[in-house]
Ligand binder design. Structure first.
Ligand code: ADP
Length: 402
């Protein structure tokens, strides 16, 4: 068993790698950073040391191996190289774990092969995640590498909620079902909400609203996820920064047959040119709030459509759960945009949902309750920390705590 207490968390994207070195003794960051534009001529690495000092490295990182070599060199410069005996594990964010991976998993050749088999259902994400794991394994073959899956928390969603109502044989042949994403955040926030309220997660029903660039809702009953808004891909559900969320699937045929768009063009439209961006030309909620405040009608429509969809999901998940104890807002928009929280919860007093305007307007990085003390449902702002959750899951696994 390892004596080390540091976990390196790697989040490898197609052209970027984010990393954090976390000390599990107190959750503090021993280092953190980001490599951007991997594979392009002008790459960039920004490294933040434990004392907050930043170093920037400009240059080409031809591939993920070069990027991780550079990360390793930066960590070594802080005296925390990948050869450090203080390192207990490397935790990897893996977007798609299918139905098989329901918990954090120590990476073996067989596990890697299974993650590779899932590439058809996560073509944009799993290949980069796999590359990150392969490079890290080469750098430290003796160290446990733990895969933590975005889908894992949602594997408890019951079959009647996970199935699309389509021909079962076709669905099974192509692995079509609702998987859900952002699971690491939904798990972390649902538990952090219980902690904030001084309750046991096992006795709390929570609706978690993860509102970042991507956005998703989940219904968590007694610590177990029973419904989530993303589906086969991260396109389903809420209105997002650039993604449409729910649409009539018939829209795809219409745009193809009548509009003459190709499948790739429709994919690009719904994933990258829709949502808030499609409705008003901006995908940053700060800018939308500013424009709407000045009377800009397109920005107001984008805000209203965003909030309308959120309210539909709150209502739906209320019915799914039967009893709701808490609603937790998290991620960039959820943590910072008080007007979104206020509008999402307005007029729902009959459901026991209410917001205290004064509490809601406080800016803070701490988890906090923004509903009045008498309200039946606690509305909370709970900052997410996916890296810490990945580190905790990886550490617990290598220590044999799980
Ligand atoms: P990601 O999904 O990329 O991790 P984040 O959770 O960081 O995204 O959320 C990013 C989004 O949060 C931004 O696009 C912006 O819309 C929103 N945001 C950040 N700060 C604020 C703020 N102060 N007020 C309103 N929205 C904000």
């Amino acid at each position: 068993m390892t004596e080390g207490t540091l976990v390196l968390v790697l989040n490898a994207g197609s052209s970027s790698v984010k990393y954090q070195l976390i000390d599990m003794l107190d959750g503090s960051r021993a280092a953190a950073g980001l490599v951007e534009r991997i594979g392009e001529p002008a790459g960039r690495l920004v490294h933040t040391a434990a004392d907050g000092a930043e170093r920037e490295l400009l240059g080409a990182f031809p591939d993920h191996t070069a990027a991780l070599d550079a990360v390793a060199a930066e960590l070594a410069a802080d005296g925390l190289g990948l050869d450090s005996p203080r390192l207990a594990a490397i935790g990897h964010r893996v977007v798609h774990g299918g139905r098989r991976f329901t918990a954090p998993t120590v990476v073996t050749d067989e596990v890697l092969a299974e993650v590779r088999r899932l590439i058809p259902v996560a073509p944009l994400h799993n290949p980069a995640n796999i590359t990150g794991i392969e490079v890290a394994r080469r750098l430290r073959p003796d160290l446990p590498q733990v895969a933590v899956f975005d889908t894992a928390f949602h594997t408890t969603v019951p079959e009647h909620a996970a199935r699309y109502a389509i021909d079962r044989a076709v669905a099974d042949e192509h692995r079509v079902r609702r998987y859900g994403f952002h699971g690491t955040s939904h798990r972390y926030v649902s538990r952090a909400t219980a902690r904030l309220l001084g309750r046991d997660p096992a006795e709390l029903n929570v609706i978690v609203l993860h509102l970042g660039n991507g956005a998703s809702a989940s219904a968590v009953a007694g610590g177990v996820c029973v419904e989530t808004s993303m589906g086969l891909t991260p396109l389903e559900g809420l209105v997002m920064g650039t993604r449409s969320g729910d649409v009539d699937p018939g829209l795809v045929f219409h745009l193809h047959r009548v509009g003459g768009l190709t499948v790739d063009e429709i994919d690009d439209l719904l994933n990258r040119r829709s949502g808030l961006l499609g409705l008003c030309g901006d995908n940053d909620m700060r800018e939308i709030l500013r424009r709407a405040g000045e009377g800009d009608q397109a920005a107001q429509l984008a805000f209203d459509a965003y909030v309308h969809r959120l309210r539909k999901y709150i209502g739906a998940y209320y019915a799914v759960l039967g009893r709701v104890d808490a609603i937790a807002f998290t991620a960039g928009v959820g943590e910072n945009a008080a007007p979104v929280r206020a509008a999402a919860c307005a007029g729902l007093e009959a459901l026991g949902i209410e917001i205290d305007a004064e509490l809601n307007s406080v800016r803070s990085r701490e988890a906090r309750v923004v509903s009045p003390a008498y309200a039946r449902v606690a509305v909370a702002v709970v900052p997410t920390d996916e890296e810490l959750e990945i580190a905790q899951q990886a550490f617990a696994l290598v220590r044999g705590d799980t």
